[in-house]
Design a protein around this ligand. Structure first.
Ligand SMILES: *Cc1c(COP(=O)(O)O)cnc(C)c1O
Length: 385
């Protein structure tokens, strides 16, 4: 089976991890801050905090922004559930904004309309999670204008987008947001096995996220309620978690970061090839925003509704490991129990009925890509015959 996504591990990656195993620190050593420094410097952010997953990073980002009971978090329905769940972890309520049918990202026009209504009803969101689906950045400039106008905070869920650029600058520099989150799960662009990171330019947000990542415990005297009792002393001043990344993960991350630009360039090469090879097939290929350089975590094509499931099943039967990103979050049973219904977000639901993620990863060869096209072609011909 050709998978839809897969990590690339080189001997250099393996050596980096083994070196840590032979060192004094498996956790809380020098590799984690070095990894954070590497990513922060690369993307142009002041602070970077690594975590044991992007889900944890989203959670501490929401906590640092003060999200809590009585607040609203808004996001897109076309995302992984974690982009919405982070709001629920904090006791806030979650709502969704429908997608733009061309970019598949949260639609800034739909956002503007929803904000107008919410302002009248006195239920404006405190936090918006903007997800860069497939690695293509959201219209951050438009979102930023709305954030200023209505006073909400913005988290970029850039789990798909490390190495991508918006308006010529690396995603993660926080020009239009408060916090950016990356994921290092093995299917994503670079990996640390499990792992994530939260980046910000705000000193206070960074300080808070650092606390929430580590039990709410501090060793810094200026944050304590009184002078330290002695050199052993620490204080718990918040309710935090253990969301720390290990040294093994950080070492793998540092090693992978050396290939970030070439990973993303290769994904673009694969995407250009797909664009060409799919030209005469009855599918809609991804539209790329002109002022951005996608991380291209995913290559999603759209079919026409009724044959979707059949095409999907046959591709898998014939060894092409396609996937679907994503099932609209509001249609998940857990969210339906909160009152969301089928029909709430028509663009998202239409997208779901047509989308297929084709294989896209560093090690995908031209031959494998040709095979994907060949199988897809045969399956589509049969489906429309
Ligand atoms: C993968 C992913 C996450 C969660 O990442 P983990 O590192 O697995 O916790 C969150 N949001 C999006 C959009 C993702 O694709």
């Amino acid at each position: 089976m050709i998978p839809y996504g897969k990590q690339e591990i080189t001997q250099a990656d393996i050596d980096a991890v083994v070196e840590v195993l032979n060192s004094d620190f498996l956790t809380q050593g020098p590799k984690v801050p070095l990894f954070e420094h590497t990513v922060a410097t690369k993307v142009g952010a002041k602070h970077a905090l690594s975590t044991n997953s992007a889900t944890s990073a989203l959670h501490i980002a929401c906590l640092a922004l003060g999200l809590g009971k009585g607040d609203w978090l808004w996001t897109t329905p076309i995302t992984f559930v974690a982009s919405a769940n982070c709001g629920l972890y904090c006791g806030a309520q979650v709502d969704f904004v429908d997608i733009d049918p061309r970019t598949y990202n949260l639609c800034p026009k739909a956002l503007a309309t929803k904000l107008e209504v919410a302002e009248c009803e006195g239920r404006l969101p405190k936090v918006l999670v903007a997800v860069h689906l497939c690695g293509q950045p959201c219209d951050m400039a438009a979102i930023h204008v709305l954030a200023q106008r209505y006073g909400f905070k913005v988290i970029e869920d850039a789990s798909h987008a490390i190495g991508g650029k918006y308006q010529g600058e690396y995603i993660g520099n926080g020009r239009y947001s408060d916090i950016t989150v990356f994921s290092f799960h093995p299917v994503k662009i670079i990996t640390t096995a499990e792992g994530g990171m939260a980046l910000t330019n705000d000193d206070q947000l960074a300080e808070k996220m650092k606390l929430y990542r580590n039990h709410g415990v501090t060793r810094e005297p200026q944050l304590m309620t009184h002078e330290p009792d002695g050199p052993w002393y620490y204080q718990q001043i918040e309710l935090g978690y253990n969301y720390r990344m290990t040294e093994l993960q950080a070492a793998l991350g540092i090693s992978q970061m050396e290939r970030l630009d070439s990973f993303v360039a290769h994904r673009h090469q694969l995407a250009r090839r797909y664009d060409e090879l799919l030209q005469n097939l009855p599918v809609i290929t991804p539209w790329q925003q002109p002022d951005s350089y996608s991380g291209l975590h995913l290559y999603v094509v759209r079919l026409h509704g009724k044959t979707h499931r059949q095409v999907f099943e046959q591709l898998r039967e014939q060894g092409v490991g396609v996937n679907l990103h994503y099932i609209p979050v509001h249609t998940q049973p857990y969210y339906q129990n909160m009152g969301f219904k089928q029909g709430d977000y028509p663009q998202a639901e239409q997208y779901y009925s047509e989308a297929i993620s084709l294989p896209m990863y560093q090690g995908l060869t031209d031959e494998q890509q040709d095979e994907v096209i060949q199988v897809l072609n045969a399956v589509l011909e049969k489906a429309t015959a």
